[in-house]
Write a protein that binds this ligand. Structure first.
Ligand SMILES: CC(C)(COP(=O)(O)OP(=O)(O)OC[C@H]1O[C@@H](n2cnc3c(N)ncnc32)[C@H](O)[C@@H]1OP(=O)(O)O)[C@@H](O)C(=O)NCCC(=O)NCCS
Length: 287
């Protein structure tokens, strides 16, 4: 019999074996998963919500896991985000994935979530269709030479660097034009010290109208996520370009970001980005 319960740090030993089976080809953790500590590291820190961690246990062994949390969205209200779902390869197609998904939805419903989103690789797309999710939109990867990002000088928008953040700033627990959870994930990596990066808030008339996170990927590339509040929509070009240009001191050549495809126009309206569609597919379900 399978029991669904909250995850605990000691489950990471079993989860290492689960991940080694499920994440060998599409999860791009360099070198793969080799130690329990790597799994533990993914289950603590600024962007991790302990309440949003469920595991499936069978005969004293953890054979599956789902990780999820919530985020505010000015259009959809409070959304639930499923960050990952992994079932031991030896126990797939035994309804464990469905049980974990429904349990996560139950927990999200209690948090007043009305819409759940997940991002799936093509190989698991049919699973999400079977559990009544549907595909909505697509994901675009944008890239540009840093010297082609225009400088936006205006004293209407003030840029504030968040110094030595210890936890996820409240202003980053939302998504509007950014891809759901992209901001929190990247900010979490900076706060927890996994990536070298900068957290930014943008203010106009004393209120936050935008946020940005930029990290140094390697000697050539920086990645960023930028977002604006409803009131900040008119300043999106300023927020995006200032976030991207915060990578200049690292002397990287280009910057990249991943966004919902239907927001591409916001980016191309002020700079010449190169564009590539992601093979990952956003899926969603109304609760
Ligand atoms: C995708 C995954 C979570 C499904 O878990 P699972 O426990 O095997 O799923 P279930 O047994 O509850 O399957 C529910 C239905 O989906 C179908 N299904 C499951 N995985 C499928 C797949 N990869 N392709 C096609 N159909 C699939 C099942 O056959 C079942 O259909 P049925 O109701 O007609 O019998 C699991 O295969 C997995 O961990 N994959 C690797 C990691 C991954 O891709 N995770 C999802 C991205 S977040």
């Amino acid at each position: 019999m399978v029991t669904i319960r909250q995850g605990m740090m000691k489950d990471c030993t079993d989860l290492l074996e689960v991940y080694q089976g499920t994440r060998w080809f599409y999860r791009t953790r360099e070198g793969g998963y080799t130690t329990v500590e790597q799994i533990k590291e993914e289950h603590r820190g600024a962007a991790f919500a302990r309440w949003g961690w469920l595991v499936a246990e069978e005969k004293g062994r953890v054979v599956g896991e789902i990780v999820f949390r919530t985020e505010k969205n000015p259009i959809a209200g409070k959304i639930g985000i499923i960050r990952n779902l992994d079932i031991d390869v030896r126990q797939q197609k035994e309804t464990i994935g469905t049980k974990l998904t429904r349990a996560a939805e139950g927990a999200l419903k209690k948090k007043k979530v009305v819409r759940v989103v997940a991002t799936t690789p093509p190989a698991a797309y049919n699973y999400w269709m079977k559990v009544k999710y549907f595909a909505r939109g697509s994901i675009a990867n944008l890239r540009i030479s840093l010297n082609k990002v225009p400088e936006k000088r205006t004293n209407k928008v003030k840029t504030i660097k968040i110094k030595d953040p210890q936890k996820l700033p409240k202003s980053m627990k939302f998504s509007n034009i950014a891809y759901p959870s992209a901001l929190a994930e990247l900010a979490g990596n900076v706060i927890d010290g996994r990536s070298k990066g900068i957290l930014l808030e943008f203010q106009s008339d004393g209120r936050v109208i935008g946020v940005g996170v930029v990290v140094r990927r390697n000697t050539k590339t920086a990645s960023f996520v930028a977002d604006v509040t409803k009131k900040g929509i008119g300043f999106a070009d300023i927020v995006i370009s200032r976030t991207a240009r915060s990578a200049i001191p690292w002397k990287v050549k280009s910057v990249e970001t991943t966004i919902p495809k239907d927001q591409v126009d916001v980016y191309t309206s002020f700079a010449k980005w190169s564009f590539e569609l992601s093979t990952d597919i956003p899926v969603t379900r109304l609760l």
